[in-house]
Each structure stands twice: as structure tokens, then as C-alpha cells.
Design a protein around this ligand. Structure first.
Ligand SMILES: *[C@@H]1O[C@H](CO)[C@@H](O)[C@H](O)[C@H]1NC(C)=O
Ligand SMILES: *[C@@H]1O[C@H](CO)[C@@H](O)[C@H](O)[C@H]1NC(C)=O
Ligand SMILES: *[C@@H]1O[C@H](CO)[C@@H](O)[C@H](O)[C@H]1NC(C)=O
Ligand SMILES: *[C@@H]1O[C@H](CO)[C@@H](O)[C@H](O)[C@H]1NC(C)=O
Ligand SMILES: [Cu+2]
Length: 195
């Protein structure tokens, strides 16, 4: 018993030292893993995200029919109802990100309809080159940036899909980043409804 416990602790410590972090969104609050994700994607995938909240979705593969890792890295609204944000049309929303291990590549923030896993309109923010590890210092806008939602009357699709509490869970602001050389995809999703 004692031996088992100490080797488990040793394994945990070892894993702790070999964790390699990459990046995620720290504000507004983004979807975290939980029991619903464990049901859909398996407890192992959840454990990996709990161990390193910045890992790329490739580290959680393979996906399955019940688990779409390519949307919000598999995280579900059912595990995050208290994080729901209320935004208004035309509102500017500030984001903060952490990029402990940068990998150069494209990034964007877009509104995604989670029911269809499709973008609503064009991305609100696009970086052709993000998180370039060859730069001495990353541009400030890689970790602090903002997006502005379409104005009233600009997107019927957005208003139809995302308005009101009855649409909670249907719409996210998804931060998406692909490290080209690393071949790694990062996604954080902020649940919101329009009020
Ligand atoms: C971001 O990563 C940190 C460090 O692993 C973790 O504490 C946090 O929960 C993560 N947040 C999200 C939204 O993934
Ligand atoms: C968003 O960021 C801008 C620029 O840093 C700042 O002036 C503004 O006060 C911020 N808004 C909120 C709501 O924090
Ligand atoms: C923008 O993000 C979406 C996911 O939200 C992704 O499918 C798309 O490839 C990204 N576009 C670019 C240019 O990075
Ligand atoms: C981010 O900042 C860099 C350096 O100032 C600038 O070249 C780039 O256009 C900015 N990107 C976005 C999407 O704002
Ligand atoms: Cu990485």
C-alpha cells in the first residue's frame, strides 16, 4: 500500500516536471474540462487538460464520434454554465492569453455556432503570424487583444443564433491558433449570449 502510494506520487512529480505548456485564454473565462467532457471524450483527455490547461488538441487525439476535439478542444458548455458571458452587439471585449511556449503560425478569434461547428460571419480578429518564437519579445497584442462584435442590424445570423439565455451554450468566441512547424492547434472558447 505505502509503496504503491509513494510510486504514484513519484510518477505524479515526474509528470509535473515534464509538462510542456503552450497557450490558452485566461480572460474572459473560457471553457474548462469537467464531467460532461469526461463522458464525451474520456477521463484521460480530461486529466491531460487538468494537468496542463495549455496543451494542444493533438495531445488529446484520437477523438471519437461523441467528442469533437476540434471545437473548443472538446470542452462543453454543460461543464461551464456559470462562466456564461453576457455581451451586447457592438461591444468591445478584451482578451488576455498566456503563451508559455510560442509556436509561429496563424491565429484568429471568431464567433462559432457550436450546434453546427461553423463560423458566424468572418473572424473578428486575424493574426497572419502569431506567437513567433523567433522574436526576442512577442508583440503585446499576442497576449492582450480585443474584438468588437458586429453592430445592431449587421448580422442577422448572429442575432438569431446567440440572443438570450435560451441560446446559452450555442455561441462561443473561439480563440484558435495553429503552430505551423509544431503542427499544434490551440483552442479556447468563451461562452456568451447577446443581451
Ligand atoms: C489555462 O492554462 C492554465 C495552466 O495550465 C490553467 O490553469 C487554466 O485553467 C487554463 N484555462 C483554460 C481556459 O484552458
Ligand atoms: C480594454 O482594454 C483597453 C485597452 O487596454 C482599456 O482602455 C479598456 O479600459 C479595457 N476595457 C475593459 C472593460 O477592461
Ligand atoms: C480561424 O479559426 C477557425 C476556427 O475557429 C479555423 O477553422 C480557421 O482555419 C482559422 N482561420 C485562420 C486563417 O487561421
Ligand atoms: C500586432 O502587433 C504587431 C506589432 O505591433 C502588428 O504588426 C500586428 O499588425 C498586430 N496584429 C493585430 C492582429 O493586431
Ligand atoms: Cu506547443
Amino acid at each position: 500500500m505505502i509503496k504503491l502510494a509513494s510510486s504514484a506520487i513519484a510518477a505524479f512529480l515526474l509528470m509535473g516536471t515534464t509538462v510542456s505548456a503552450h497557450g490558452n485564454i485566461t480572460s474572459p473565462p473560457a471553457r474548462l474540462p469537467g464531467p460532461a467532457m469526461a463522458q464525451a471524450c474520456g477521463q484521460q483527455a480530461v486529466n491531460k487538460v487538468l494537468q496542463d490547461g495549455t496543451i494542444p488538441l493533438e495531445n488529446l487525439l484520437p477523438a471519437s464520434e461523441s467528442c469533437n476535439l476540434f471545437l473548443c478542444r472538446g470542452a462543453l458548455f454543460a461543464d461551464n454554465p456559470t462562466q456564461l458571458q453576457q455581451f451586447s452587439l457592438g461591444q468591445t471585449i478584451n482578451f488576455t492569453a498566456i503563451l508559455p511556449i510560442p509556436h509561429e503560425g496563424p491565429a484568429n478569434v471568431s464567433i462559432v455556432n457550436t450546434a453546427t461547428n461553423s463560423m458566424i460571419g468572418l473572424p473578428l480578429l486575424v493574426f497572419d503570424s502569431y506567437a513567433d518564437e523567433n522574436l526576442a519579445v512577442l508583440p503585446a497584442n499576442n497576449t492582450a487583444f480585443s474584438v468588437t462584435l458586429p453592430e445592431v442590424g449587421e448580422s442577422r445570423e448572429l442575432e438569431d443564433a446567440c440572443s438570450g439565455e435560451e441560446n446559452a451554450g450555442n455561441c462561443v468566441l473561439q480563440w484558435f491558433w495553429f503552430g505551423t512547424q509544431a503542427g499544434q492547434t490551440y483552442e479556447s472558447c468563451v461562452d456568451f449570449v447577446l443581451v
